[in-house]
Design a protein around this ligand. Structure first.
Ligand code: F6R
Length: 622
């Protein structure tokens, strides 16, 4: 879970690397570094903390090097210090590389290298890769006795031999001081893209580090490597079989990844939800036939509609979206559904019957746990559908078919617009499956007409930001919060609690409101904030009862209610209203005030909203 970027071309590499690292900083931000190769000499600069610290350290364009690699780190092996920060250099000083992923057999390889008197400087698994390549390169033969071919490129050969020894995951960018015109990239399990310009190339973990300089890219698949030099590039498998990759247009513009006047990406992404939802639904809802058209699933809809069981699998926020999906598949399509934490699914020998369909939900499309669950499901013969935001991501490519969320780039670590798009996609799918089963044309029509109004209704909620900020301010000193909802609002409560804790570091618990009386009610003390999602729904009267239970014990109630609900006012210490909509669609509206509440709480507490401590945007380790 790190970001890598590398440049080879005609321009000064340093500013391109620093800018690229800034764009990738969301992937990890505990330390960073760059290596520049000029005149057969590699200059490395590393720094602990944010990219701005590295930028300060390297100074302004001190190197004219046109080849270089960079890295921003989220520590897995070894503390966040400059010794463990990347780039790592091998013991001969010739090979320098950056790595995103985990080398699972690093201890075995390290032992072998140490038996050959190779010394290590860091605690990282990555240094093993550098030293292994360096060892093969300097000896001209590999661990299994293969020798460098007489006519071959020794650098390329050594990298390839080393890659064949690695167990685990990697996105790698590698340079060698003897080859000042060559940049090598390799991928397995971690994302890697090659941006292709006019006699220039950028290797990066994602397109955000590329799009400013070039608009076309190739997406490497697992076990593939790319060898770029100043005239062109070639791609092959790590078994040395040539592969031809097609150039793809990078699908988003620079504007989509800039702050555009907002103070934080999270703030921008919350505000972008009307547009993101509209784009997500565009061309997919047909109000004439009351049907949903999901192009990527067209060939699988019959199977989906007749399946006996759907398993939704995901992590974190995407898992909360899965809980909404579970409810809707059961309610609208009457298909038994269950939601699994991807991290648990893999290790509990899941029963996957003939006809089980697995839906994997992910913003990044790179989450290691979700990928592992997909592999498990595929091995057992399930059809696996993806609901993914990042185009061309590993999950998007690994699943049998899928629907893109079309939420646009999400950079703030806390997921916001991807959540509402995930719920929108699952809702559309549930409606379409329902139409193919028991759902009436009339009700499907009602729901779909309501759905297309959601972007405007979200826009109205966004206007209450200042009011919600006042609520956050009034409760900002409270260190324990509860989030409570019932039915479809239970996942919303979970999501509200997760948002608050991950960016404001306030302890928050989300739960079904009725469960509170079975234990957590003991937590309620005078003035403790309890956020209730109590919009008009089939359990409205019941949740009023739960609110009273909290008030009678001194808790402060922050109530999200339906606009125009006069009755609710007597139960709310603080009231936030949302426009009315069908109960099945309420999660998309009701989560918005909770995102805004968490955002303001984090800002008021003075935290780095977009880069909360200990977190990274995509979790590519298990
Ligand atoms: C929370 C958050 C995480 C992610 C989770 C899955 O705000 O962003 O909980 O939802 O790590 O990530 P994706 O959706 O990329 O698979």
């Amino acid at each position: 879970m790190c970001g890598i970027v590398a440049y080879l071309g005609q321009k000064n590499a340093q500013p391109i690397l620093i800018e690229g690292l800034k764009r990738l900083e969301y992937r990890g931000y505990d330390s960073s570094g760059i290596a520049l190769l000029g005149d057969a000499e590699v200059t490395i600069t590393k720094s602990v903390g944010r990219i701005s610290a590295l930028e300060e350290k390297v100074g302004v364009d001190v190197s004219a090097a046109t080849l270089g690699i960079g890295h921003t780190r989220w520590a897995t092996h070894g503390a966040a210090n400059t010794i463990n920060a990347h780039p790592h250099v091998d013991y001969t000083g010739k090979i320098t590389l950056v790595h995103n992923g985990i080398i699972e057999n690093y201890a075995t390889l390290k032992k072998w290298l140490e038996s050959k008197s190779v010394e290590f400087a860091s605690e990282t698994d990555t240094e093993v890769v550098a030293n292994l390549i360096g060892y093969f390169y300097s000896h001209g033969n590999s661990r299994n006795g293969t020798k460098v071919p007489a006519s071959g490129n020794k650098f390329e050969w050594a990298v390839q031999e080393a890659l064949n020894e690695l167990v685990g995951s990697y996105g790698l960018a590698i340079i060698c001081s003897d080859y000042p015109d060559t940049l090598i990239g390799a991928k397995k399990g971690s994302p890697l893209i090659l941006g292709v310009g006019e006699k220039e190339f950028i290797i990066a973990s994602d397109a955000s580090a590329i799009v400013e300089h070039m608009t076309q890219a190739i997406y490497l698949s697992d076990n593939e490597m790319v060898i770029a030099n100043r005239d062109g590039f070639k791609t092959k498998t790590i078994d040395n079989i040539a592969v031809s990759k097609s150039l793809k247009e990078i699908e988003f513009s620079l504007d989509a990844i800039e702050l555009a006047g907002y103070e934080h990406y999270m703030q921008k992404e919350i505000a972008e939800q009307p547009e993101a939802l509209a784009t997500c639904m565009k061309g997919r809802i047909d109000l004439k036939s009351n049907r949903v058209v999901l192009g990527g699933l067209q060939n699988h809809l019959r199977k989906l509609a007749s399946t006996k069981r759907i398993i939704l699998t995901a992590c974190g926020t995407a898992w909360h979206a899965g809980l909404v999906g579970e409810f809707l598949f059961e309610q609208l399509a009457r298909i038994p559904a269950e939601v699994e934490y991807a991290s648990e699914f893999r290790y509990r020998n899941p029963v996957i019957n003939d006809g089980t369909i697995v839906i994997a939900i992910s913003q990044s499309g790179e989450t290691a746990d979700t990928l592992a669950a997909i592999e498990q499901a595929k091995e057992r013969g399930a059809l696996v559908i993806g609901a993914v935001n990042v185009v061309g991501s590993t999950i998007a490519r690994t699943t049998d078919a899928g629907v893109y969320l079309r939420a646009g780039p999400e950079i703030g670590v806390a997921s916001t617009k991807a959540f509402t798009a995930q719920v929108a996609v699952l809702t559309m799918l549930a409606i379409e499956l329902g139409r193919r089963r028991h759902l009436s044309n009339e009700y499907a029509g009602e729901l779909l007409r309501e759905m297309v109004q959601l972007p405007d209704k979200v826009g109205l909620i966004l206007k209450q930001s200042d009011h919600i900020k006042e609520i956050a301010k009034a409760n900002i000193d409270r260190d324990n919060w509860l989030f409570l909802g019932r039915g479809l609002n239970y996942p919303v409560a979970l999501e509200g609690a997760l948002k608050l804790k991950e960016i404001s570091y306030i302890h928050a618990e989300g739960m079904p409101a009725a469960e509170m009386k079975h234990g957590p009610i003991a937590l309620i003390t005078d003035g403790m904030p309890a956020v209730f999602i109590a919009t008009r729904c089939s359990q409205y009267e019941k949740i009023i009862g739960n609110i009273e239970q909290v008030r009678s014990r001194g808790g402060k109630t922050i109530v999200v209610a339906t606009e125009g609900d006069e009755n609710i006012k007597q139960y709310a210490d603080y009231l936030i209203t949302v426009p009315d909509t069908d109960e099945k669609l309420q999660p998309i509206l009701n989560v918005i005030p909770l995102q805004i509440l968490a955002y303001h709480a984090a800002v008021l507490r003075g935290h780095d909203v977009d880069k909360p401590r200990n977190l990274a945007k995509s979790v590519t380790v298990e």
